[in-house]
Design a protein around this ligand. Structure first.
Ligand code: C2E
Ligand code: SIN
Ligand code: SIN
Ligand code: FE
Length: 386
């Protein structure tokens, strides 16, 4: 192929590449597409994306195209990719076996014969090395400066995808943690195992939201907003909140204010998720038949998110121990909820609880285990992953 056709072919591939990237939103998918297209554009046998794990001083294969054997983790500095990860400089090699940096043992194990290698660093905004983009064995000839230019261009693109994905992830995680901590503060006086209750009812709310036909994003929002449903309890005096007996009518009237109080705390929030939490907080004790509080809303007048959380909250409250009551068995709790379909609860939500009971109970158990594991890990250092 002449140089002109070669350039034309590259242009076509790059244009095609733009379309593919625009259609993909997950990080793994994006990196795989970049690697696949790069393999075609540069006409190479293998292409891999390595990411650096700065906490462990290692790097690992995020994407490996053309290899049966996936190399999982190596210490920084090992092999050509490790050299690039450590130094942040690009490397082009014409004969791998005559380069001391090349890790020959990998070929020895896989029976592959590496000849040429081109590897460039994936650099973040601050210049730190996030990973390495490596291509092996160009099908004809050696790697040129033009090849290196193409690889660098796509590496820049990949680096920005990686950085955006992890920034987004971190922001989101710290945000969710803030919400979760707010909810804990509100309720820790109330129950010994508040954390457990919140996690479980949050998971169950998310599952029910999906089951009644909401989209994955709405369901996820409900999952993460639901732990705040009782945040208004911060304003309820201990004498009421922690009373081991039945509440007097006056005390219960005071207790009911936690709904409106929670709503007031959240409804003017800037964040969509917090406003959703506010709608849930106000309406989570409304009843489908109109006998609930604070407003006595009926049926569809009650926001769907509150009808969902109400089922999740009561189901979990029933199977949990409280200062004022013992824990119910699962079958008793399920039977109670079913008996209240159309009275306390939206029958459509109860129907989904019944249909998904196994999945829901399994998710609750999983949250219990995660909760216990988190308790143990709480003070240890956090691992960061992309
Ligand atoms: P919670 O303990 O988180 O309970 C939430 C909801 O679960 C209750 O809303 C109720 O609908 C349901 N639930 C919980 N335990 C039982 C039960 O043993 N039987 C039945 N049928 N339903 C149960 P509710 O009643 O509006 O109460 C709201 C909050 O008021 C409760 O939140 C709790 O913090 C407090 N509370 C309610 N009753 C008492 C009580 O007798 N003593 C004390 N100290 N607090 C109470
Ligand atoms: C590889 O075969 O991809 C790793 C070889 C190296 O980077 O030295
Ligand atoms: C969180 O801490 O991730 C929010 C609550 C949950 O769903 O576990
Ligand atoms: Fe409540």
């Amino acid at each position: 192929m002449g140089r002109r056709q070669e350039l034309e072919k590259r242009q076509t591939l790059l244009a095609n590449f733009g379309r593919l990237v625009a259609a993909e939103s997950g990080l793994d998918g994006l990196l795989t597409i970049i690697a696949q297209e790069l393999r075609k554009i540069l006409d190479v046998d293998r292409c891999s994306v390595f990411l650096v794990d700065p906490y462990k001083g290692e790097f690992w294969t995020k994407v490996a195209l053309g290899m049966e054997e996936k190399i999982l983790r190596m210490p920084l500095g090992q092999g050509v990719a490790g050299f690039v990860a450590k130094t942040g400089s690009a490397v082009s090699i014409r004969d791998a076996y005559r380069d001391a940096r090349f890790a020959q043992d990998i070929d020895r194990i896989t029976g592959y014969k590496t000849r040429t290698i081109l590897a460039v660093p994936l650099k973040g905004r601050d210049g730190q090395v996030l990973g390495v983009f490596e291509v092996l064995n160009k099908n004809r000839g050696c790697f040129t400066e033009e090849d290196e230019g193409v690889l660098r261009m796509l590496a820049t693109m990949a680096a920005s995808f990686i950085e955006n994905a992890s920034l987004y992830d971190e922001l989101r995680r710290s945000y969710l943690e803030t919400i979760y901590r707010m909810a804990l503060v509100a309720e820790f006086r109330d129950q010994q195992d508040t954390g457990r209750h919140l996690r479980r009812m949050s998971r169950v709310s998310g599952i029910l939201a999906l089951a009644v036909g909401l989209g994955p994003r709405e369901a996820e929002d409900i999952r993460y907003a639901s732990p705040l449903h009782d945040v208004g309890k911060v304003a309820i005096p201990d004498a009421i909140l922690r009373k081991p007996d039945k509440l007097s009518p006056e005390e219960f009237a005071e207790m009911k204010r936690h709904t409106v109080l929670g709503g007031q705390m959240l409804q003017n929030a800037e964040s969509r998720l917090l406003r959703l939490a506010g709608r849930i907080a106000i309406a989570h004790h409304e009843r489908y038949d109109g006998t609930g509080y604070p407003y006595g809303l009926k049926g569809e007048e009650i926001p769907l998110e509150a009808r969902i959380v109400s089922v999740a909250d009561v189901f979990d409250a029933l199977v949990s121990k409280r200062v004022y009551k013992g824990a119910w068995t699962l079958p008793d709790a399920l039977a109670h909820i079913q008996a209240e379909a159309g009275k306390h609860f939206d029958p459509a939500v109860v129907e989904q609880l019944k249909l998904h009971a196994d999945e829901i109970v399994a998710a609750m158990e999983e949250e219990d285990h995660r909760f216990s594991a988190d308790e143990q890990l709480a003070s240890r250092s956090q691992t960061r992953h992309i």
